[in-house]
Design a protein around this ligand. Structure first.
Ligand code: GRF
Length: 215
């Protein structure tokens, strides 16, 4: 399966995917990595792994639509079957959503539908939640609002702050990320308006890491 990965920062999830590819735990071709930030560390990771990279600095565009159109052209060049947002800190609009309808997924650090947007760790702590986690969902026009495909849950521990919580979630997020993309290589995963279909059947609830399906 050909995939294109969009990043803005560290790219630790991208690294997990590269490692899984190199160790042949997953059968994917990462055709390109695109960053909207020139200083994204993930670009170095991709270069080191021999993956073509592009930088599309959003600051060079007059408006969001123009940026989206240019982004769609870059993505199309690799002809990917799946577009993966891994720490890509831009909201994308119709210029990208339309040509890749139902083929864009995003990793978000919360148990969606809770805590769309930013600062999810602190918001979970402030609410006194006993669990936090990460979700992978199809991208729609609504911020962090598309159908949820998979999740990982971790307990919030006494004394946790947003840094300890984020540090504990990160390795689980990496596992969820790789397992879910692997699931895409093995099944036909499709997006409905608000639901996910796997091999033609509606998913009753998000796939959970550690369930048999994702392991
Ligand atoms: C992850 O926490 C992900 O949930 C969020 O951005 C972060 C990306 O981290 N969307 P990295 O760039 O993969 O290290």
């Amino acid at each position: 399966m050909k995939v294109c990965v969009l990043i803005s920062g560290s790219g630790s999830n991208l690294q997990a995917l590269i490692d899984a590819r190199d160790e042949k735990r997953i059968d994917i071709d990462i055709v390109s990595v695109i960053s909207n930030r020139v200083d994204a560390r993930g670009l170095e990771r991709a270069n080191k792994a021999g993956i073509p990279t592009s930088i599309l600095d959003h600051q060079g565009f007059a408006d969001r639509n123009e940026f989206d159109r240019a982004l769609a052209v870059l993505i199309s060049a690799g002809n990917p079957q799946l577009v993966i947002l891994a720490g890509f800190m831009r909201i994308i609009g119709p210029g990208v959503l339309d040509p890749f309808n139902g083929r864009i997924i995003n990793l978000h650090p919360s148990l969606l539908p809770q805590y769309r947007g930013t600062d999810t760790y602190q918001r979970a702590l402030d609410a006194g939640d006993r669990e936090h986690g990460a979700s992978i969902h199809f991208v729609t026009g609504e911020l962090d609002g598309g159908p949820v495909i998979s999740q990982v849950r971790i307990p919030v521990l006494a004394g946790d702050n947003k840094h300890t919580l984020a540090a504990r979630l990160a390795p689980m997020e990496h596992k969820l990320f790789v397992s879910t993309i692997k699931f895409f290589t093995q099944h036909n995963v499709e997006s409905g308006d608000s639901e996910v279909f796997v091999d033609g059947s509606k998913l009753q609830q998000p796939l959970l890491l550690h369930d048999e399906t994702l392991s």
